[in-house]
Design a protein around this ligand. Structure first.
Ligand SMILES: [Zn+2]
Length: 629
């Protein structure tokens, strides 16, 4: 395949956009390089089996080059900043490891050791980053790990830094905001399969890095592909003002639930006059809802907490750092940065409400709402990860839901049924193709995508239509300032041309093993094949031996619900097992006959009810189609 080129229409759209970009390029590059200590010599981080988990040079083609025709220069610049990798001193005693993963790891030196904040996604990248710290600052024992929030890029690499045994022995504290564990797991349980497949589009994981392919996500370059781990927190921070002293270092916390994550916190190091804002601020407009799919966030609460942050520490702060991107130094700059980030989320929230109360729908608001010029003049308010367009729809969704109140949209045909009708209405396949081609020729790629989508959903084998839609997605991707949009467009183009790239199934046993018994039953319930279970009635009791709790699961009307009770009803089969054995049983990690044989699971009553339940589970599909029917 030839390297695809940007069309005149795309180049012209990029040029118009580039003319409005902030002029002062230098401060971000200065900040991204300030305090540089050293770079890792080992440029590829490998898993035990030799697989490349992370390549520090994967984006070398971006380092010195100006933006090619096939990239939005604003997103290209963001990528150039994000690949400034290495160990950096934030202030004496506080260091950051940047460029080792999607996220950034911070190290705070204590009297006799260190505190590690946010140990990346993979154990391998976290270990490599910490090794670079150690190389320059010497061997120092880890006294505490802090997870700023419940997203995987802030805890998954923890076992590259510490072991469960160190935590069990009381040598290392693991500190997280209240509710961390439930939220960290919930996100991956109920909608996990679909979210993972969609994340492949959002992060462009199947795309090779390259000037016409993947150039980053705006938040970090991409996600590492190593071993995800989890160590359950030993200390939950519950209230703002809560203060803990770790080996001589005082930390004052501000809990910020319902912001960028459902469980999140900022914290202040008074001895360093340094503020960590987790992911509540970053050098991008962040997501009110991510395009991989997620519960919609509360932009109003987010802004409110940033005001509180400024009130708490704005008078004293010398530097603000976070778990993505680079710090901002100087009291005035730091406070203005926090305030601008606050204004950005509040503006989106308030103006969306103003406009929806004038009757505009989410799609319409997204078309007219613009950031105030003073905000747009800052690089860090640009939509590299979130976008004004999709965040506005998220605010609308939070208050109004999916329906825009026009009854024409209350009961539309689903995509395939609509596609055949649209194609027929536009004069059949040839007539529709002519409409799409005209849109392409005119550079109206949004319309070309709309029409092309119907052609492909009316006939998935229409190679000419697939190729045109792929070309269109590509132009939309090249023009996009948003990294996740670019990835989504280019992922769609890739699947139209080469077929479904699926979803690599990553196993994270630590995450599964942290499920509560109740979460296990819920995760089984969402796999029940409803129609096949309509007429089934099944009662099973589960005695969780290590928690001394008995659950009753009941399947009726296609629903598996559960509750705790004192004694199982007479005649109901009782399985007695530990919580972890229950997880093993449900995930298939534990072989039922041998578990019965060796006593891992004990049964009173008829064990065949388990097989009956399992027979009613439907498989999930990690490789479902997106751009084709
Ligand atoms: Zn993150």
């Amino acid at each position: 395949m030839n390297t695809p080129l940007a069309t005149e229409a795309t180049l012209s759209a990029i040029a118009t956009m580039a003319a409005s970009l902030p002029s002062d390029d230098k401060p971000d590059f200065d900040d991204a390089n300030r305090g540089f200590v050293g770079r890792a010599e080992q440029r590829q981080i490998l898993a035990d089996d030799g697989r490349v988990v992370w390549d520090l040079d994967a984006y070398d083609f971006m380092r010195e080059a100006s933006a090619p025709d096939t990239a939005n220069p604003s997103l290209w610049r963001q990528g150039q900043l994000l690949i400034q990798d290495g160990l950096f001193e934030v202030v004496p005693g506080i260091y950051q490891l940047r460029g080792f993963d999607l996220s950034v790891m911070s190290v705070i030196e204590t009297d006799t050791g260190v505190i590690v904040v946010d140990p990346l996604i993979s154990a391998e990248t976290a270990a490599a980053a910490f090794a670079l710290y150690t190389e320059h600052r010497g061997e120092r024992p880890v006294k505490a790990v802090i997870y700023t929030h419940s997203h995987i890029d802030h805890f998954g690499g923890v076992k590259g830094i510490i072991t469960q045994e160190q935590v069990d022995a009381g040598d290392v504290a693991v500190i997280a905001p209240e509710g961390f564990l439930g939220h960290a797991i919930a996100e991956n349980v109920f909608a996990g399969t679909a979210m993972t497949r969609r994340a492949g589009y959002m992060y462009g994981a199947a795309l090779e890095p390259g000037s016409a392919t993947q150039i980053g996500t705006g938040l970090g370059q991409t996600t590492s592909k190593g071993t995800v781990s989890l160590i359950v927190p030993t200390l939950e921070v519950r209230a703002t003002g809560e203060t803990h002293v770790i080996d001589g270092v005082e930390i004052v916390f501000q809990v910020t639930p319902g912001t960028e994550a459902p469980a999140e916190m900022n914290f202040w190091f008074p001895q360093h006059r340094a503020l960590c804002t987790a992911e509540n601020t970053s050098h991008t407009l962040h997501n009110v809802v991510t395009i991989r799919g997620a519960l919609v966030r509360d932009a109003h609460a987010w802004a409110h907490y940033l005001t509180e942050t400024i009130d708490l520490w704005g008078d004293d702060v010398d530097v603000v750092f976070a778990s993505h991107h680079w710090p901002t130094w100087g009291r005035d700059r730091a406070v203005e940065f926090l305030a601008m980030q606050r204004d950005m989320y509040l503006y989106l929230h308030d103006q969306t409400l103003r406009l929806l109360n004038q009757g505009l729908t989410g799609v319409e608001i997204a078309e007219v709402l613009q950031m105030p010029p003073a905000l747009a003049a800052q690089w860090h308010t640009h939509g590299y990860y979130g976008s004004v367009s999709h965040n506005v729809k998220a605010v609308y969704q939070r208050y109004m839901g999916w329906y825009d109140a026009n009854p024409a949209n209350l009961w539309p045909h689903p995509p395939e049924a609509a596609a055949t009708r649209y194609v027929a209405a536009m004069g059949g396949r040839e007539g529709t193709m002519a409409v799409a081609r005209k849109a392409w020729d005119e550079g109206d790629y949004r319309w070309c995508a709309e029409v092309g989508k119907h052609l492909v959903f009316a006939d998935a084998e229409d190679d000419e239509a697939r190729a045109l839609l792929a070309d269109t997605f590509e132009q939309l991707g090249f023009g996009s300032e948003n990294g996740t949009w670019r990835n989504a467009f280019l992922a769609g183009a890739t699947e139209l041309r080469s077929g479904n790239f699926g979803t690599p199934v990553a196993s994270a046993p630590d995450m599964l093993n942290a499920l509560t018994a109740s979460q296990v039953f819920d995760s089984v319930a969402v796999r029940i094949d409803g129609p096949r279970s309509w007429d089934e009635h099944l009662l099973i009791a589960w005695r969780i031996t290590d928690e001394d709790v008995t659950y009753l699961t009941e399947l009726r009307n296609g629903v598996l619900h559960h509750r705790t009770l004192k004694d199982p009803p007479p005649g109901v089969t009782v399985f007695a097992l530990t919580r972890v054995a229950l997880i093993g049983l449900v995930t298939g990690a534990l072989d039922f006959p041998s578990a019965l044989g060796d006593g891992t699971v004990a049964v009173e009553g008829d064990p065949s009810v388990l097989a009956q339940l399992i027979a009613l589970l439907a498989p999930v599909d990690p490789d479902f189609n997106i751009v084709t029917p």
